[in-house]
Design a protein around this ligand. Structure first.
Ligand code: COA
Length: 568
């Protein structure tokens, strides 16, 4: 079928549906829901068999749903309605939640139900639940709905609140007052739940040092205590605030009134206020850890659950140091296991935007990423594995490919390209790694197409070596089994030798330094040259400026007209 996505943005859920439906043989084109006229024009141009709205913030125009079947993906159980579905589910500590695919009509979220799916809730942030459970449930429900639509026999179920199976209800937009933290009364779990219900957006509004701040990235502290509400410690980028029964770490803050009104590490935003606050070292049961090493038998695991997968200069330097230490251990395999939500999304664009000279900080950051990638590529003492529990984008994908093996959780989405960030050339030795693993032709296509890639396709291309398990827990357990098997394999020594030989051959053919120089020459132009596209694109990304038009790479219907015009 020919399917048109009408969506607020090409976010992770939309990307996943995009690749899954194409793998089922459908043709998919995307239009951003910018204006009714534009949406109507998209339908006119594409003449879709079906319209799907994976992520909408406004109602679908009546002219559309009157004439076409429009399926809306709602991140709530049947009967749930309103714009804050997942926020309420977290705040109300629902045990089960779901996704409903319903047909758009005059009433928001009240149309006939084509499919639904439910899942057990996990104690985590809204963004994490959205990228994991909600996305998987949405994929299953949308595929079911599309199949039913295509079959032609299925009659969608009208929403009937008298049905005992319907548990949802209409809920309003969740206001800040509903999740405001009362530091004198709320226990640790309540504070965590409130912050998690608003993370990544909009954050929980709070007062600290006379400033209005939005809180994100919260974790329980198990040892420290203090005066409820007081900032009692700092650790890396995070601050620790006492609650009535313990304390919580807050990793990121946003101050709408500040010179840089976007999310930044908490200790950076409060640098003037917390000069006397004691700094503690992170440990297994206390503090805010963004990098740690774990060893099991012959395998070392490096965890780096950086918030939003963004890797700043200092984080790259620390990770490289930890990696070097891991290489000194008497083990055989090192697994770079990232974090449960992301493996890596490349350079830290927020920190770059906040720097005194974004160009200089971009330069420092990319060099630190390159140093890390180089260390991994040149490792002769161990076999290395990148194990992707979550999505990876831009330089993050190529950093993963610097390992000998890349394993990915089934359903992870990869965006192995840089150009969407203002024509950024990219580094991380991608110009060596990509052709080496996928071949020249696919490398050319991947970089130019700028499309999200599924794990199935990534494996076919050679970008990924192993794809398994849908759940994060299942993936981590299976990774541990496979890494142990890799270390124990009879062919381990031969593999290590052959890796050293092929590295030497490649180095003789063209030294890594040459790849780096060529990439960085182009990056230098991106950062310091006359074309400001990268700086503009980064600003728009960090400030979340909505796109004014759908990129041609995904608006297939607009490409067709261009072609027709050219022919006539
Ligand atoms: N630096 C800082 N923040 C980043 C980031 C980066 N490199 N990549 C993603 N984020 C943040 C987003 O701002 C967003 O923040 P929020 O919590 O305020 O919503 C969050 O991570 C999730 O990103 P989002 O874009 O909403 O996720 P997505 O799944 O829709 O898209 C990507 C994934 C990777 C395509 C997209 O995030 C992206 O293009 N990132 C930038 C990649 C890049 O160009 N890196 C620099 C070159 S190496």
């Amino acid at each position: 079928m020919r399917i048109l996505f009408l969506t607020h943005a090409f976010n992770s859920l939309t990307q996943r549906l995009f690749v899954e439906l194409q793998e089922q043989g459908h043709e998919v084109s995307v239009e951003f829901d910018i204006h009714d006229e534009v949406s109507l024009q998209a339908v006119e141009l594409y003449k879709p068999d079906l319209i799907i709205a994976p992520f909408l913030k406004r109602a679908i125009p009546e002219q559309l749903w009157c004439k076409h079947v429009c399926l809306v993906v709602h991140p709530g159980v049947r009967g749930d309605r309103g714009p804050s579905a997942l926020d309420w589910a977290i705040l109300n500590r629902e045990q089960r939640w779901g996704v409903t695919v319903l047909q758009a009509n005059a009433e928001m979220d009240a149309g006939d139900i084509w499919a639904f799916n439910e899942f057990r809730m996990r104690d985590d942030t809204k963004a994490s639940l959205y990228r994991n459970e909600v996305t998987q449930a949405a994929v299953d429900a949308v595929l079911k709905a599309v199949q039913r639509y295509q079959g032609g026999e299925f009659r969608p179920q009208p929403l009937d609140y008298s049905d005992s199976e319907i548990h949802g209800q209409l809920r309003p937009l969740l206001q800040q007052s509903e999740r405001a933290i009362d530091w004198q009364r709320d226990d640790t779990q309540t504070v965590l739940t409130k912050i998690r219900s608003a993370d990544g957006f909009p954050g929980v509004r709070d007062q600290l040092y006379g400033r209005e701040l939005f809180l994100y990235d919260s974790h329980a502290e198990s040892k420290l205590t203090g005066e409820p509400g007081a900032v009692i410690a700092r650790c890396g980028g995070a601050i620790c605030r006492a609650t009535v029964d313990g304390a919580v770490w807050i990793g990121h803050l946003r101050d709408k009134q500040a010179a840089h009104p976007f999310k930044l590490p908490a200790s950076m935003l409060l640098e003037n206020e917390i000069t006397d606050t004691p700094e503690i070292e992170p440990g297994p049961d206390s503090g805010y850890r963004d990098i740690w090493y774990e060893e099991r038998g012959d395998v070392g695991y490096l965890h780096f659950p950086f918030y939003n997968g963004a890797m700043g200069t200092e984080q790259c330097v620390r990770l490289r140091q930890k990696y070097r230490e891991a290489c000194q251990r008497d083990t055989k395999v090192i697994v770079l296991i990232g974090g449960p939500n992301y493996w890596s999304n490349g350079m830290h664009l927020n920190l770059i935007e906040a720097a005194e000279s974004p160009a200089d900080e971009s330069w420092r950051n990319i060099n630190a990423m390159d140093d890390l990638a180089l260390e991994i590529i040149n490792t002769q003492s161990h076999l290395t594995v990148a194990a992707m529990q979550g999505n990876a984008g831009a330089g993050g994908v190529f950093l993963a490919r610097s390992c000998d093996e890349v394993w990915a959780r089934s359903g992870v989405i990869l965006n192995p390209h840089y150009k969407d960030m203002g024509n950024l050339y990219g580094s991380e030795y991608w110009s060596y790694l990509l052709p080496r693993y996928v071949g020249e032709e696919s490398a050319e296509w991947i970089t130019q197409a700028r499309l999200p890639i599924s794990t199935t396709e990534a494996q076919q291309l050679g970008l990924v070596n192993g794809v398994f398990e849908r759940s994060v827990d299942g993936f981590v357990s299976e990774t541990k089994l496979r890494a142990t098997a890799l270390a124990d394999a009879a062919a381990y020594a031969a593999r290590l030798n052959s890796k050293a030989r092929s590295r030497a051959t490649d180095e003789a053919h063209k030294p890594l330094q040459n790849y780096r120089d060529e990439e960085l020459e182009n990056m230098w132009l991106n950062f310091y040259g006359f074309d400001p596209s990268y700086h503009v694109a980064r600003y728009n990304f960090v400030y979340k400026i909505p796109k004014s038009r759908t990129p041609m790479t995904i608006a297939r219907h607009r490409r067709i007209t261009e072609n027709l015009r050219r022919v006539s």
